[in-house]
Design a binder for this molecule. Structure first.
Ligand code: URA
Length: 249
């Protein structure tokens, strides 16, 4: 038996919060009875659960990682007709969606799933799952400027949490440098804004790791399913980061 909002989210109806709203609005029935209480439990294998009169599909849970190319948008649709991530999902019949987002111009590791709980766990701001990026930036930031990123830097939406920052490569004529940065938050355009704040704007950005999951040599535009072990490790990591951060406060 599972909570109804969890079953609905896992069936890909909507996010867990939206599913709670559907329940409260009286749109959900279990075995023909309208259920409006959020704590209600049901058995997805036995009970007939409908939303707006339509039975939910009990989809197999799918976990994928993709190497998102630059110039692809992570939303479900784009009014400007730009390429979207689902254009790359040939052969995946489940309704998967991105776990968090990558900017249009950012490439690299993007997780996709139809498991709302998993997506929520990994993107929840309290869970502090590390994400590592390789940023090619204009010029060569001084070590003291990178220290600012390491300590946390003031952005318009507040201080950033401490980040891990390392030089990877420096152009001999000083035009650009390659820096790896691991952040524990997921604010909008965060890495770009952090480098802008030290006056070294990002030229190219690629996410190479999500938790301990590495992009490795997955070709641009391709995807692969995660192994059970990879899924479980990400879940454990999100749970343990939450505990660790809780103890620090
Ligand atoms: N930070 C950014 O600036 N862009 C992304 O796409 C991800 C993190």
């Amino acid at each position: 038996m599972e909570r109804l909002q969890k079953i609905l989210a896992q069936a890909g109806v909507a996010s867990r919060r939206k599913c709670e709203e559907l329940i409260l609005a009286g749109k959900v029935e279990v075995n023909g009875e309208t259920v409006k209480e959020l704590g209600t439990k049901a058995d997805p294998a036995q009970d007939i659960i409908t939303v707006n009169g339509k039975p939910i599909k009990s989809e197999q849970k799918v976990y994928l990682m993709m190497n998102k190319p630059k110039g692809v948008i992570t939303s479900a649709s784009d009014p400007e007709g730009r390429k979207i991530v689902s254009d790359y999902l040939k052969g995946v019949k489940e309704r998967v969606y991105p776990v968090g987002r990558l900017d249009y111009d950012t490439e690299g590791l993007l997780l996709l799933t139809n498991d709302g709980e998993f997506a929520n766990l990994l993107t929840h701001p309290r869970h502090h799952v590390p994400k590592t990026y390789v940023a090619t930036v204009k010029g060569v930031p001084h070590g003291t400027e990178l220290d600012k990123l390491r300590r946390g830097i003031q952005l318009e939406d507040g201080m950033t949490a401490p980040a891990e920052v390392e030089y990877k490569d420096v152009d001999p004529d000083g035009k650009e440098s390659v820096i790896s940065i691991t952040i524990y938050e997921g604010r909008n355009r965060q890495v770009r804004r952090m480098f802008e704040a030290i006056s070294h704007p990002v030229i190219r950005l690629k996410r190479i790791a999500f938790g301990d999951l590495l992009l490795q040599n997955l070709k641009r535009g391709l995807m692969r399913p995660l192994t059970k072990d990879e899924v479980n490790r990400l879940i454990q990591l999100a749970k343990s980061e939450k505990k660790r951060q809780g103890r620090r406060r």
